[in-house]
Design a protein around this ligand. Structure first.
Ligand code: GLY
Length: 292
Protein backbone atom coordinates (compact mmCIF):
# COMPACT_ATOMS: atom_id res chain seq x y z
CA UNK A 1 0.00 0.00 0.00
CA UNK A 2 1.21 3.52 -0.68
CA UNK A 3 0.56 6.43 1.67
CA UNK A 4 -2.75 7.42 0.03
CA UNK A 5 -4.07 3.85 0.26
CA UNK A 6 -3.09 3.53 3.93
CA UNK A 7 -4.80 6.83 4.78
CA UNK A 8 -7.97 5.82 2.91
CA UNK A 9 -7.98 2.34 4.46
CA UNK A 10 -7.79 3.83 7.95
CA UNK A 11 -10.59 6.31 7.32
CA UNK A 12 -12.78 3.67 5.62
CA UNK A 13 -12.30 1.31 8.56
CA UNK A 14 -13.46 3.90 11.09
CA UNK A 15 -16.27 5.07 8.83
CA UNK A 16 -17.50 1.46 8.93
CA UNK A 17 -17.44 1.71 12.76
CA UNK A 18 -19.77 4.72 12.75
CA UNK A 19 -17.21 7.56 12.73
CA UNK A 20 -17.67 10.80 10.82
CA UNK A 21 -14.52 11.72 8.87
CA UNK A 22 -13.44 15.31 9.54
CA UNK A 23 -10.76 17.41 7.77
CA UNK A 24 -7.33 18.13 9.19
CA UNK A 25 -7.30 21.38 11.20
CA UNK A 26 -4.77 24.08 10.13
CA UNK A 27 -1.22 23.54 11.44
CA UNK A 28 -1.09 27.10 12.81
CA UNK A 29 -3.32 27.23 15.89
CA UNK A 30 -5.50 30.34 16.13
CA UNK A 31 -7.48 30.23 19.37
CA UNK A 32 -5.31 28.48 21.92
CA UNK A 33 -2.75 30.58 23.84
CA UNK A 34 -1.04 27.40 25.14
CA UNK A 35 -0.01 26.24 21.67
CA UNK A 36 1.55 27.80 18.57
CA UNK A 37 1.33 24.85 16.14
CA UNK A 38 -0.97 21.84 15.96
CA UNK A 39 1.15 19.11 17.53
CA UNK A 40 -1.44 16.33 17.86
CA UNK A 41 -4.72 15.18 16.40
CA UNK A 42 -6.53 16.09 19.61
CA UNK A 43 -5.90 19.86 19.41
CA UNK A 44 -8.99 20.61 17.34
CA UNK A 45 -11.16 18.59 19.78
CA UNK A 46 -9.84 20.15 23.00
CA UNK A 47 -12.96 22.22 23.73
CA UNK A 48 -15.13 19.15 23.13
CA UNK A 49 -13.11 17.10 25.63
CA UNK A 50 -13.41 19.93 28.15
CA UNK A 51 -17.17 20.25 27.66
CA UNK A 52 -16.80 23.88 26.48
CA UNK A 53 -18.57 23.28 23.13
CA UNK A 54 -21.58 21.16 22.22
CA UNK A 55 -20.69 17.75 20.72
CA UNK A 56 -22.28 17.05 17.33
CA UNK A 57 -20.65 13.70 16.54
CA UNK A 58 -19.50 11.39 19.30
CA UNK A 59 -17.29 9.34 16.91
CA UNK A 60 -14.92 11.08 14.52
CA UNK A 61 -11.76 10.13 12.63
CA UNK A 62 -9.22 12.10 10.61
CA UNK A 63 -5.71 12.45 9.30
CA UNK A 64 -4.25 15.50 11.04
CA UNK A 65 -1.17 17.39 9.83
CA UNK A 66 1.03 17.98 12.88
CA UNK A 67 4.21 19.92 13.59
CA UNK A 68 6.48 19.14 16.54
CA UNK A 69 9.03 21.93 16.86
CA UNK A 70 8.50 23.42 20.31
CA UNK A 71 7.57 22.71 23.91
CA UNK A 72 7.72 19.18 25.26
CA UNK A 73 6.86 17.68 21.86
CA UNK A 74 9.93 18.96 20.05
CA UNK A 75 11.57 16.73 17.46
CA UNK A 76 13.45 19.47 15.60
CA UNK A 77 16.99 18.62 16.71
CA UNK A 78 16.40 14.92 16.06
CA UNK A 79 15.62 15.38 12.35
CA UNK A 80 18.05 13.58 10.08
CA UNK A 81 19.99 11.91 12.90
CA UNK A 82 17.94 8.73 12.87
CA UNK A 83 15.59 6.94 10.53
CA UNK A 84 12.24 8.09 11.85
CA UNK A 85 12.20 11.63 13.29
CA UNK A 86 10.73 14.45 11.26
CA UNK A 87 9.01 17.69 12.25
CA UNK A 88 5.85 17.56 10.16
CA UNK A 89 3.84 14.39 9.99
CA UNK A 90 0.33 13.12 9.53
CA UNK A 91 -1.44 11.58 12.48
CA UNK A 92 -4.24 9.16 11.77
CA UNK A 93 -6.72 9.19 14.63
CA UNK A 94 -10.10 7.99 15.82
CA UNK A 95 -11.96 9.79 18.58
CA UNK A 96 -14.63 8.96 21.06
CA UNK A 97 -16.15 12.08 22.55
CA UNK A 98 -17.93 10.60 25.56
CA UNK A 99 -18.95 7.48 23.61
CA UNK A 100 -16.93 4.21 23.51
CA UNK A 101 -13.93 3.65 25.78
CA UNK A 102 -11.19 1.06 26.34
CA UNK A 103 -12.94 -2.09 25.10
CA UNK A 104 -13.89 -0.87 21.62
CA UNK A 105 -10.73 1.23 21.18
CA UNK A 106 -8.49 -1.78 21.82
CA UNK A 107 -10.61 -4.23 19.81
CA UNK A 108 -10.63 -1.92 16.77
CA UNK A 109 -6.91 -1.14 17.04
CA UNK A 110 -6.16 -4.85 17.05
CA UNK A 111 -8.53 -5.57 14.16
CA UNK A 112 -7.07 -2.77 12.03
CA UNK A 113 -3.46 -3.78 12.73
CA UNK A 114 -3.79 -7.52 12.23
CA UNK A 115 -6.74 -8.25 9.92
CA UNK A 116 -5.64 -9.19 6.38
CA UNK A 117 -8.39 -6.83 5.18
CA UNK A 118 -6.51 -3.88 6.71
CA UNK A 119 -2.81 -3.68 7.68
CA UNK A 120 -2.37 -7.43 8.10
CA UNK A 121 0.59 -7.20 10.51
CA UNK A 122 1.74 -10.47 12.05
CA UNK A 123 0.31 -10.61 15.63
CA UNK A 124 3.48 -12.42 16.72
CA UNK A 125 5.45 -9.25 15.93
CA UNK A 126 3.32 -6.94 18.04
CA UNK A 127 3.72 -5.87 21.66
CA UNK A 128 1.84 -3.32 23.75
CA UNK A 129 2.35 -1.22 26.85
CA UNK A 130 -0.22 -0.10 29.43
CA UNK A 131 -0.12 2.39 32.30
CA UNK A 132 1.48 1.07 35.51
CA UNK A 133 -0.43 3.46 37.78
CA UNK A 134 0.68 6.19 40.21
CA UNK A 135 -0.75 8.68 42.70
CA UNK A 136 -2.87 10.33 39.98
CA UNK A 137 -4.46 7.33 38.24
CA UNK A 138 -4.76 3.59 38.89
CA UNK A 139 -2.86 0.78 37.19
CA UNK A 140 -4.67 0.04 33.93
CA UNK A 141 -5.77 -3.56 34.54
CA UNK A 142 -8.75 -3.08 32.26
CA UNK A 143 -6.62 -2.43 29.16
CA UNK A 144 -4.38 -5.33 30.16
CA UNK A 145 -7.40 -7.66 30.24
CA UNK A 146 -8.62 -6.45 26.85
CA UNK A 147 -5.19 -7.14 25.29
CA UNK A 148 -5.14 -10.60 26.85
CA UNK A 149 -8.57 -11.24 25.31
CA UNK A 150 -7.14 -10.24 21.91
CA UNK A 151 -4.65 -13.07 22.40
CA UNK A 152 -1.52 -11.17 23.42
CA UNK A 153 0.65 -13.20 25.80
CA UNK A 154 1.63 -11.74 29.16
CA UNK A 155 5.26 -11.27 28.15
CA UNK A 156 4.30 -8.92 25.33
CA UNK A 157 2.24 -6.60 27.55
CA UNK A 158 4.43 -4.13 29.46
CA UNK A 159 3.24 -2.02 32.40
CA UNK A 160 5.11 1.29 32.14
CA UNK A 161 5.07 4.52 34.19
CA UNK A 162 3.68 7.95 33.38
CA UNK A 163 6.85 8.93 31.55
CA UNK A 164 5.98 6.34 28.87
CA UNK A 165 2.27 5.67 29.14
CA UNK A 166 0.55 8.97 29.66
CA UNK A 167 -0.37 11.43 26.96
CA UNK A 168 -1.02 15.14 27.25
CA UNK A 169 -1.90 17.77 27.90
CA UNK A 170 -0.86 19.09 24.49
CA UNK A 171 0.08 22.44 26.06
CA UNK A 172 0.59 23.19 29.77
CA UNK A 173 -2.91 22.44 31.00
CA UNK A 174 -5.90 20.53 29.63
CA UNK A 175 -7.17 17.06 28.69
CA UNK A 176 -4.85 14.10 29.19
CA UNK A 177 -4.83 10.53 30.43
CA UNK A 178 -3.17 7.14 30.54
CA UNK A 179 -2.59 5.43 27.23
CA UNK A 180 -1.88 2.03 25.78
CA UNK A 181 0.74 1.91 23.03
CA UNK A 182 1.29 -0.59 20.23
CA UNK A 183 4.73 -1.55 18.96
CA UNK A 184 6.16 -3.48 16.08
CA UNK A 185 8.90 -5.83 17.30
CA UNK A 186 11.76 -5.32 14.85
CA UNK A 187 14.58 -7.73 13.98
CA UNK A 188 16.94 -6.05 16.48
CA UNK A 189 18.02 -8.32 19.31
CA UNK A 190 16.89 -7.34 22.86
CA UNK A 191 19.43 -4.92 24.36
CA UNK A 192 19.41 -6.80 27.68
CA UNK A 193 17.23 -8.73 30.12
CA UNK A 194 15.09 -5.64 30.78
CA UNK A 195 14.63 -4.68 27.15
CA UNK A 196 11.15 -3.18 26.73
CA UNK A 197 9.28 -0.54 24.73
CA UNK A 198 10.61 1.95 27.30
CA UNK A 199 14.19 1.77 25.97
CA UNK A 200 15.64 3.48 22.91
CA UNK A 201 17.48 0.46 21.55
CA UNK A 202 15.21 0.24 18.50
CA UNK A 203 13.80 -3.24 19.10
CA UNK A 204 10.29 -1.81 19.69
CA UNK A 205 8.92 0.69 17.20
CA UNK A 206 5.78 2.52 18.32
CA UNK A 207 3.11 2.58 15.63
CA UNK A 208 -0.07 3.62 17.45
CA UNK A 209 -1.38 4.80 20.79
CA UNK A 210 -4.86 4.84 22.31
CA UNK A 211 -5.14 7.60 24.90
CA UNK A 212 -7.91 7.38 27.46
CA UNK A 213 -8.60 11.07 28.03
CA UNK A 214 -10.35 11.27 31.35
CA UNK A 215 -8.37 13.94 33.23
CA UNK A 216 -7.92 17.70 32.99
CA UNK A 217 -4.48 18.82 34.17
CA UNK A 218 -4.57 22.08 36.14
CA UNK A 219 -1.93 24.82 36.29
CA UNK A 220 -1.07 23.73 39.86
CA UNK A 221 -0.15 20.23 38.60
CA UNK A 222 -3.26 18.47 39.88
CA UNK A 223 -5.52 16.26 37.73
CA UNK A 224 -9.30 16.67 37.83
CA UNK A 225 -11.59 14.06 36.27
CA UNK A 226 -13.26 15.16 33.03
CA UNK A 227 -17.04 14.93 32.98
CA UNK A 228 -16.94 12.41 30.14
CA UNK A 229 -14.51 9.65 29.22
CA UNK A 230 -12.92 10.08 25.78
CA UNK A 231 -10.61 8.19 23.45
CA UNK A 232 -7.87 9.87 21.39
CA UNK A 233 -5.77 7.60 19.21
CA UNK A 234 -2.72 8.51 17.16
CA UNK A 235 -1.01 6.52 14.44
CA UNK A 236 1.86 8.22 12.64
CA UNK A 237 1.04 7.75 8.97
CA UNK A 238 4.62 8.21 7.79
CA UNK A 239 6.01 5.64 10.20
CA UNK A 240 3.26 3.15 9.38
CA UNK A 241 4.03 3.53 5.68
CA UNK A 242 7.70 2.80 6.32
CA UNK A 243 6.76 -0.34 8.28
CA UNK A 244 4.36 -1.61 5.62
CA UNK A 245 6.65 -0.78 2.72
CA UNK A 246 9.50 -2.59 4.43
CA UNK A 247 11.56 0.60 4.17
CA UNK A 248 14.16 0.85 6.94
CA UNK A 249 13.44 4.54 7.31
CA UNK A 250 10.60 7.02 6.78
CA UNK A 251 12.76 9.01 4.36
CA UNK A 252 12.84 6.02 2.01
CA UNK A 253 9.06 5.64 1.81
CA UNK A 254 6.89 7.01 -0.99
CA UNK A 255 6.18 10.17 1.03
CA UNK A 256 9.78 11.41 0.99
CA UNK A 257 11.39 9.64 -1.96
CA UNK A 258 10.22 12.07 -4.69
CA UNK A 259 11.40 15.06 -2.63
CA UNK A 260 14.78 13.44 -2.09
CA UNK A 261 15.11 12.63 -5.79
CA UNK A 262 14.54 16.32 -6.57
CA UNK A 263 17.08 17.45 -3.96
CA UNK A 264 19.62 15.04 -5.48
CA UNK A 265 18.98 16.45 -8.96
CA UNK A 266 19.38 20.05 -7.77
CA UNK A 267 22.42 19.46 -5.55
CA UNK A 268 24.33 16.85 -7.53
CA UNK A 269 24.75 14.84 -4.30
CA UNK A 270 23.34 11.39 -3.53
CA UNK A 271 21.29 10.35 -0.51
CA UNK A 272 23.18 7.02 -0.57
CA UNK A 273 26.47 8.86 0.14
CA UNK A 274 25.37 8.54 3.79
CA UNK A 275 26.87 10.52 6.71
CA UNK A 276 26.52 14.29 6.73
CA UNK A 277 25.22 14.42 3.16
CA UNK A 278 22.40 12.02 3.95
CA UNK A 279 21.58 13.91 7.13
CA UNK A 280 21.50 17.23 5.26
CA UNK A 281 19.25 15.79 2.55
CA UNK A 282 16.84 14.44 5.18
CA UNK A 283 16.73 17.83 6.93
CA UNK A 284 16.08 19.72 3.68
CA UNK A 285 13.38 17.21 2.69
CA UNK A 286 11.70 17.46 6.09
CA UNK A 287 11.81 21.27 6.22
CA UNK A 288 10.60 21.74 2.64
CA UNK A 289 7.68 19.40 3.18
CA UNK A 290 6.80 21.15 6.42
CA UNK A 291 6.94 24.63 4.89
CA UNK A 292 4.87 23.52 1.88
N1 GLY B 1 -2.88 10.24 20.46
C1 GLY B 1 -1.97 11.11 21.03
C2 GLY B 1 -0.84 11.47 20.13
O1 GLY B 1 -0.01 10.67 19.87
O2 GLY B 1 -0.77 12.57 19.65
Amino acid sequence: MDSNQIRETFLDFFRSKGHRIVPSAPMVVKNDPTLMFTNAGMNQFKDLFLGNSPIRDRRVADSQKCLRVSGKHNDLEEVGLDTYHHTMFEMLGNWSLGDYFKKEAIEWSWEFLTSPDYLGLDPEHLAVSVFAGDEHAPRDEESYEHWRRMGLPEDRIFFLPKENNWWGPAGITGPCGPDTEMFLITDKEPCGPDCSPACDCGRYLEIWNDVFMEYNKQADGSYLPLEQKNVDTGMGLDRTIAVLQGAPCVYESDVFRPIITKIEALSGRKYEEGGEVQRAIRIIADHIRCAA
